[in-house]
Design a protein around this ligand. Structure first.
Ligand code: ADP
Ligand code: ZN
Ligand code: ZN
Length: 741
């Protein structure tokens, strides 16, 4: 095939331009052009220069040859998309909804070649045997600079450009003249900015215990048969999951393949990375948001050129272009941050599995509290379930108490500390041991509850808690149901019914009041705004500069404090009554992680969970550390209410300046949807019905089959584009959302 015509995606993210445009390849570029290259073309009526990506080449074209414009040039400084990345971009676009250029930009997190660091060397080109004769000649002619350089090169064979110009003071004209005479040559080498602290000592692996070894044996056997599976490694904190990842990666490297390790950005600490560099040395690198553009480009290039075996990073590290990918590890696979918040709203887990399928690689998902989706996939046989049930090092699991805050109120205790938590804090202060008090505010959306009986105002149609609005109303964000806040509890008649208000600052103030001698550190959004404040607070606590660390979910991640023997969860209800269907799952995860913080050292520990709903299954099962029991309850709830993963969900979100237009569009779409034989909820107002004068509405569509929802999305997209609706109103699609709208 001659490459005479090219299909090009224009680098403008507008739905109306979301298709390929045909261009002629000029004769001068026919031998150079490839699929994936970045090119510049004349575009539109004014023939304005635009960049784009080549997504196809052919020797024929469907339309009038005379009207086809020519490609102007190939962009040398543009990073090209490899064909496997191109297929992945198509898959992302289809399955999550976006324009092709948005999908391309997702798989190309590095888009420009940036000022790469190079180093120039001067090398001897002639055979050194002829050196002495030439040196005599130079001396005879009084070519002193040439003689100096040649003498040095006869000793060293190769010297840096810097050395020649600065130390030896060789003028550029001398170098040029010697190049012309074929005596020397100049070579340019790239060197990479390595953001990673390279360990000088590679430590030998710890011998795996029997449970770990069994998993690795199975993994090896699967590799030998070229069976590439997705494994779900469910193991309690400290059970040795990371050692399993390391061993699996080693197997893959032995086969000459590479591995990608995804870690939530918040957990991407020096400590974690060090475990990998200790094992694999400088063939490991990291990608994270703190790297400069240049550093990112270098890691990308090192991966592409086979200079790396392992890359560690957040979501976007998935798109590092390894030549022969063998394994993708996703640690803490349940984390919400694996789903992109920008269009395309892809989930890194599903995308990793698709990428692995395309490239013949395996996937290991790891978690102490797997997502309901993954665990269901494992039970259904789509993933291989691996379990580690014991801590690798001898450590006792903490004693967990559930304290009923309704009882406290009944007994006249109006403090935010239950009597048990109060006594245990006193005890630790006396013994000089440390504590963590934890407020799980994530997803907290201002629910209304009764302090006497714990009753929470929930939507009668959706079984999620309703959200308090300043105008005194309560709203459901799935269906729009609305009612005024009751004056007395509909359950018990108590007047103590109000929006739940508790912040870390209030907790800190209460500690100062009840335990005046305690030294407190607080870690939340306010105290961690500065770049390293996060690490500083943790370091201070680790050095014993405070008795109590108060914080949000930030404090439960990954850090080991041997002296912490008490963990208090101030109000487990906060995350339980977030207004979305994942609230129960998130609460279980947070409580399990928080509890895991106690008794990491030799002393053992205690955990106090304070709550108004002590009988809720998320709390009961988290206290017993019983994931299986939690899963059974949760999956039942998801089935009954048609939530993922039992049903699949598509959110259609619209926002625009003219309220009527948005409302009317959504009504029209809902009408179309109702004829498509899928379950439709809405349209209703989003949590924030209006932001910056933009009106926001949502529709929820549900079906058992994900592909049916993809078809629904495609039909709507087509309809929106033919009617040119997206020029006034922003429309987003989101499959199986992580957050409520
Ligand atoms: P996880 O990733 O499940 O939290 P880690 O892999 O971090 O668990 O292991 C927890 C601790 O146990 C670490 O200090 C680790 O070095 C240690 N460990 C893990 N596996 C072994 C083993 N086979 N023998 C001895 N120590 C181990
Ligand atoms: Zn009540
Ligand atoms: Zn509702």
């Amino acid at each position: 095939m001659e490459k005479l015509y090219a299909d090009i995606i224009i680098n403008i993210s507008h739905e109306a331009l979301d298709r390929v445009f045909g261009y002629k390849v000029p004769f001068s570029l026919v031998s150079k052009i490839c699929v994936g290259q970045k090119v510049t073309v004349p575009f539109g009526r004014s023939n304005k220069e635009q960049t784009g990506y080549v997504v196809g080449l052919s020797d024929t074209i469907d339309y009038d040859e005379s009207k086809v414009k020519e490609i102007l040039r190939i962009e040398e400084d543009g990073v090209s998309v490899e064909s496997k990345m191109l297929s992945l971009a198509y898959w992302i676009r289809e399955n999550y909804g976006s324009t092709m250029i948005q999908a391309l930009k997702t798989v190309l997190p590095v888009q420009e070649k940036t000022g790469q660091k190079t180093k120039k060397y001067i090398e001897l080109k002639i055979d050194p045997i002829h050196g002495p004769a030439l040196l005599d000649e130079y001396f005879g002619k009084h070519y002193v600079a040439k003689a100096r350089l040649l003498a040095e090169l006869l000793d060293e064979k190769r010297i840096s450009w810097e050395l020649a110009s600065k130390k030896l003071k060789i003028p550029k004209s001398t170098v040029d003249s010697m190049i012309k005479d074929d005596v020397i040559r100049v070579v340019t080498e790239y060197y990479f900015r390595n953001p990673n602290p390279v360990e000088d000592r590679i430590s030998p692996p710890v011998p795996l215990n029997d449970a770990q070894q069994e998993l690795i044996d199975e993994f090896k056997a699967d590799l030998l048969r070229e069976e590439h599976k997705t494994y779900l490694l469910h193991g309690i904190t400290g059970s040795g999951k990371t050692e399993v990842y390391l061993a699996a990666i080693e197997e893959v490297i032995k086969r000459g393949q590479q591995a990608i390790v995804l870690i939530p950005e918040i957990a991407l600490t020096y400590q974690t990375v060090k475990r990998f560099t200790r094992r694999f040395g400088d063939r490991v690198s990291i990608l994270n948001s703190r790297l400069s553009k240049g550093e990112k480009y270098d890691q990308w290039l090192r991966a592409k050129e086979g200079d790396l075996d392992v890359i560690i990073g957040p979501r976007s590290a998935l798109f590092v272009p390894f030549p022969n990918l063998g394994l993708i590890v996703i640690d803490e696979e349940h984390e919400g941050s694996y789903k992109s918040e920008q269009t395309p709203k892809y989930h890194a887990r599903e995308t990793a599995i698709q990428k692995a399928k395309m490239e013949g690689a395996s996937v290991i998902l790891g978690s102490a509290t797997p997502s309901i989706e993954s665990y269901k996939n494992a039970l259904d046989g789509n993933y291989r379930l691996w379990e580690l049930t014991k801590r690798a090092k001898k450590a006792v699991l903490p004693q967990v108490y559930i304290e009923d805050l309704r009882e406290e109120l009944k007994c006249g205790n109006r403090s935010m500390f239950s009597r048990r938590l109060h006594d245990l804090i006193e005890d630790r202060l006396q013994k000089g041991e440390q504590m963590m008090l934890f407020l799980n505010r994530r997803g907290y959306a201002g629910f209304v509850s009764c302090r006497s009986c714990g009753h929470v105002m929930e939507c009668p149609h959706c079984d999620v808690s309703m959200t308090y609005h300043k105008d005194g109303s309560l709203k459901c964000h799935y269906c729009g149901y609305e009612q005024p806040i009751p004056k007395i509890c509909p359950e018990c008649g108590s007047p103590y019914i109000a929006a739940f208000g508790l912040g870390t600052q209030k907790v800190e103030a209460a500690i100062h009041k009840e335990f005046p001698n305690a030294k407190v550190l607080r870690m939340d959004m306010d105290t961690t705004k500065k770049k390293h404040s996060h690490e500083e607070i943790l370091a201070a606590f680790s050095n014993g500069e405070a008795d109590i660390l108060v914080g949000t979910q930030m404090i439960v991640k990954g850090h080991d404090f041997a002296n912490v023997t008490l963990v208090g969860i101030m109000a487990a209800d906060l995350s339980l009554h977030a207004n979305d269907y994942r609230a129960g799952e998130r609460t279980f995860q947070l409580l399990t992680q928080a509890a895991g913080r106690a008794g990491r050292g030799a002393k053992g520990g205690e955990v106090v969970i304070q709550t108004y709903s002590p009988e809720h299954y998320s709390i009961v099962t988290a206290a017993k550390q019983d994931y299986r029991a939690f899963y059974q309850q949760e999956i039942g709830y998801r089935s009954i209410l048609k939530y993922p993963p039992q049903w699949q969900m598509l959110v259609i979100f619209a926002s625009g300046k003219q309220e009527e237009k948005v409302v009317q569009l959504m009504e029209t779409m809902a009408f179309m949807l109702r004829k498509m034989d899928v379950a439709v909820v809405g349209p209703s107002e989003a949590s924030f019905a209006k932001i910056n004068d933009y009106y926001r509405r949502v529709i929820y569509v549900k079906d058992k089959d994900y592909q049916v929802l993809v078809q629904v999305k495609n039909k709507l997209e087509q309809w929106l584009d033919t009617n040119n609706i997206r020029k006034d109103i922003l429309i987003n699609f989101d499959f199986n959302p992580m957050n409520s709208y």
